[in-house]
Every structure is written in structure tokens, then in C-alpha cells.
Design a protein around this ligand. Structure first.
Ligand code: ASP
Ligand code: MG
Length: 457
């Protein structure tokens, strides 16, 4: 069997859902279990109405809920035609009545807890999974909806609940496997789970990928397909460099390095349960289903090229902390990182010398206050409009002389920081933001000229 996960944009309206149903139908022989996200933007809208209700603004919350109801009715109506929709309508109606009752309750109390937040947020996937099931059924598919709250067992850390893997996998085997074996296509909502006591939970934003990986790992899937609206991972941003090519296969570790830059596709950490079991994960495009996408594998096959991709991240600030007085003082780095922690500013790249530390952070408004705090420890300077450039590839580990080639190529570019990560599969450096396009194009020309056809499209 296989797991097919459809993200929000792949089920955003009737047209998208019909397309997704067609894709599932084309794979019936492979016994798909379908995991769906909420319709695009719905989770955000549910959270907005929950917050409005929590602030006591009942009317706004209910107005938003009405708009959501309209959208789902219209989508279902368009997909199913009036005959089938009339039956199905009352089922959706029950859910929307329950949602409104919940919102009224939250507004009456004027308090939104993480637990009630989860009850509201879960409606997105509850509704989308029902609509997708009805759509598949109307396409003549032998389909069965399984409520994720029956299978996905989590702890009670509401809004980012942690799945209990063994219990969940046991339930998947008991409840889903027999249906698959009986030839039914199972549909489940992603993102949503429940505690052992049956209280609704959610497993964190973007959690449907994680749900898909857990389902795939639990059922021993042949592969997991993550359907979104891009052709897969690229050697670099095609907007910056028209020569960018699709990566056909990438290792989990390489994908994890790149996630930080191109997280739009998927965060590989969410598919770890599948990768650990050696189940390949494919990123595929529901608008271009014939494209082979990108396969994420536990280990990448041999590749002629050193690098798989170059990524850049703009809007970076460098913070330089220099402390001649503190020469060799222990506890200095700790004091610096504690300041970052107090201001809740995450650090990306770090390079240190005996007397100074340079760190990069995303440019944001908390930097001046952070710098003022750091100035109590040492001399501090910060400068924005920088960019991180990151070259990623497993072969970096074994190939000598690569840094010389990279920086030799960029001998006229001012490099502000250099870091070769502990993973040894990325070479990262910091430059002026406005140099990004030419730096990417030059490096792409050198390192992606003669591409290994096994690895790149
Ligand atoms: N609908 C949820 C979200 O928007 C989960 C997902 O789509 O993966 O975060
Ligand atoms: Mg997503």
C-alpha cells in the first residue's frame, strides 16, 4: 500500500479536489491511504475565529464561521451535484452547528484555552476529509473515511501534541489495515488526533505531513507521496537562476539542510518516521501529476556532482560581539546565548574566534533591544541587508579542495562569515544581500554544469 497526502492547495476548491480524486483513482492498484489537509487557509481562519471568540467578539467569530460554511457547501455542491449533495449536506451541517456552539461557548466564557483551540482547529481536516471521501465515492471509488481521532493517539500538549507512536501504529494496524486489505481506499484527516481519553488534539502547524509519515510507517507503506503544487526540490531558486533543475533524489540529511531555506516544500523532520523505516517519500505536484517530483531517501545514491543545491536566505542581520576584556573567559558564549534566548531571537550561523563571535539572525525589530543587552557584556555591532548562501551535498564530506573552488570563484565578493557545519554536508557563508543573484548564478554555472542524469532532471 501507499500513502498519498494532499496539502491545502491540492484540495483548495472543487477543481483541485476533483484533480486529487483523479490522481488517487489512477493509483488504486497500489492500495492508497489518503491523508488530507484542511482546504487552503482554513486552519488560519479557524484560529482567527477562535481568537475572536476568546476575546468575547461572538459576532465576528460567527460571521467568519458562516463564510467558512458557505465555502465548504459551495465546494461540496460543485463537486457532487445537487442529488448527492442534499444527503451529504446534513452531515456537514452537524459539524458547522457544533463549531458554532463551540464558538458561542468560548465567547460566553471569554477565554480561549489550548484545549478549546484544538477543538476548533480540528474542524478543517474533519470537513476536508469528509468532502474528499464524498468526492471519491462519487467517482465510483470504494472509499471509507476513518476519523483520525480513533487512530492518532497523542499526549495532551494541546496545539502541538506529541503522537504516541506505538499506540497509534497498533490502532492503525487494527483499524485501517483490514480496510486496505479488503480493497477500500481509506481517507483520513491529517494534523488531528486525540488523547487516550478521547480529547481532540492537533500535532502542530503543517502537521499533516507528519500524520502521513506516521500512517505510512505504521502500515509499512511502499512509499509516501506528498502532493503539493510544486514539481519538487530544485538545484536553486528558478527565479534567480533560470538554469535551475529539478533534483530527482536527495538524501534526508541534505533535504533537512535545505528545509531551512525552502521550507515551503516540506520540512523533512516531519517525514522522519517514514525515512527511519526506509520508506521513500516523494514530493509531487498535483497540478502536474506526470512530473516525477523529488524522492527523499534515507541515503542518497552515488552522485557525480559535489552539490545537490544552492540556497540563499535574505533579510539577515550579522551581529558581531567582540570582547577583548573577556579573553578566554569561560561562560562568555553562554552569556551571549542567554541574551539571545531572553529576547527570543533564534541564531542561524555562528563563527567564533578567541576574542569575538559573529552570529546571524533574521532581521527583525527585537535586534536593537538585544544589542543593547549584549552591550553590557562586550562591544557590539550589527548590520542588516545580508544574506546566507548555503551549498549542500553529501559529497562535500569526501571531496578535498571544494572550499578553495567555491571561494576562488568568488574572489571579488566580500565574504562576511564562513561556516562549514558539523554535518559536513553544507558550506555556508554570508554576503551582502544585493550580491545574491550573481553569486548564485556564478556558483550554479560552475557546480551544476555537467549534471548527473541519475540525480537531476
Ligand atoms: N491544516 C494544518 C495547517 O494548516 C495542517 C497541514 O496543513 O499540514 O497547519
Ligand atoms: Mg504543509
Amino acid at each position: 500500500m501507499i500513502v498519498m497526502k494532499f496539502g491545502g492547495t491540492s484540495v483548495q476548491d472543487a477543481e483541485a479536489i476533483a484533480r486529487a480524486a483523479g490522481i488517487v483513482k489512477a493509483r488504486l492498484a497500489q492500495q492508497p491511504v489518503v491523508v488530507v489537509s484542511a482546504l487552503a487557509k482554513v486552519t488560519d481562519q479557524l484560529l482567527t475565529m477562535a481568537r475572536a471568540a476568546g476575546a468575547g467578539d461572538r459576532n465576528t467569530a460567527l460571521a467568519l464561521s458562516r463564510a467558512l460554511r458557505e465555502r465548504h457547501y459551495n465546494t461540496a455542491g460543485e463537486l457532487l451535484g445537487t442529488g448527492i449533495f442534499t444527503q451529504f449536506h446534513s452531515e456537514l451541517e452537524d459539524d458547522f452547528e457544533a463549531l458554532d456552539e463551540l464558538l458561542r461557548g468560548i465567547a460566553a466564557v471569554g477565554e480561549l484555552t489550548p484545549r478549546t483551540t484544538d477543538y476548533v482547529a480540528a474542524f478543517g481536516e474533519i470537513l476536508s476529509s469528509k468532502i474528499v471521501t464524498a468526492a471519491l465515492s462519487s467517482h465510483g471509488v470504494n472509499v471509507m473515511l476513518v476519523d483520525s481521532r480513533q487512530c492518532m493517539v497523542t499526549d495532551a500538549t494541546h496545539t502541538r501534541a506529541v503522537p504516541a507512536m506505538e499506540e497509534t501504529q497498533a490502532r492503525l494496524r487494527a483499524q485501517v489495515q483490514p480496510l486496505v486489505e479488503a480493497g477500500q481506499v481509506v481517507v483520513m484527516g491529517g494534523f488531528v488526533g486525540a488523547t487516550k481519553a478521547g480529547v481532540t488534539t492537533t500535532i502542530g502547524r503543517g502537521g499533516s505531513d507528519f500524520s502521513a509519515a506516521i500512517v505510512g510507517a505504521g502500515l509499512g507503506a511502499e512509499r509516501i507521496e506528498i502532493w503539493s503544487d510544486v514539481d519538487g526540490m530544485m538545484t536553486t531558486d528558478p527565479n534567480l537562476c533560470p538554469e535551475a533543475r529539478r533534483i530527482k533524489v536527495i538524501s534526508f540529511d541534505e533535504a533537512a539542510e535545505l528545509a531551512y531555506f525552502g521550507a515551503k516544500v516540506l520540512h523533512p523532520a516531519t517525514v522522519l518516521p517514514a525515512v527511519q523505516k526506509n520508506i521513500p517519500v516523494y514530493i509531487l505536484n498535483s497540478r502536474n501529476p506526470d512530473c516525477q517530483g523529488t524522492r527523499i531517501a534515507a541515503r542518497a545514491p552515488h552522485c557525480r556532482n559535489v552539490f545537490k543545491a544552492i540556497a540563499a536566505k535574505k533579510r539577515i542581520t550579522i551581529i558581531d560581539v567582540a570582547a577583548p576584556r573577556m579573553l578566554l573567559a569561560h561562560g562568555f558564549l553562554r552569556a551571549i546565548f542567554e541574551a539571545f534566548d531572553r529576547h527570543r531571537v533564534p541564531v542561524d550561523v555562528v563563527s567564533t574566534s578567541e576574542v569575538s563571535v559573529s552570529l546571524t539572525v533574521d532581521s527583525n525589530e527585537s535586534i536593537p533591544a538585544l544589542a543593547a543587552d549584549l552591550a553590557k557584556l562586550a562591544d557590539v555591532k550589527y548590520e542588516g541587508r545580508k544574506a546566507i548562501v548555503c551549498l549542500v551535498g553529501e559529497n562535500l564530506r569526501e571531496t578535498p579542495g571544494i572550499a578553495a573552488r567555491v571561494f576562488g570563484e568568488l574572489s571579488d565578493v566580500r565574504i562576511r562569515m564562513i561556516s562549514q557545519g558539523a554535518s559536513e554536508i553544507n558550506l555556508t557563508f554570508v554576503i551582502e544581500e544585493d550580491e545574491v543573484p550573481q553569486v548564485i548564478r556564478r556558483l550554479h554555472k560552475v557546480f551544476f554544469a555537467d549534471l548527473d542524469p541519475e540525480v537531476f532532471a
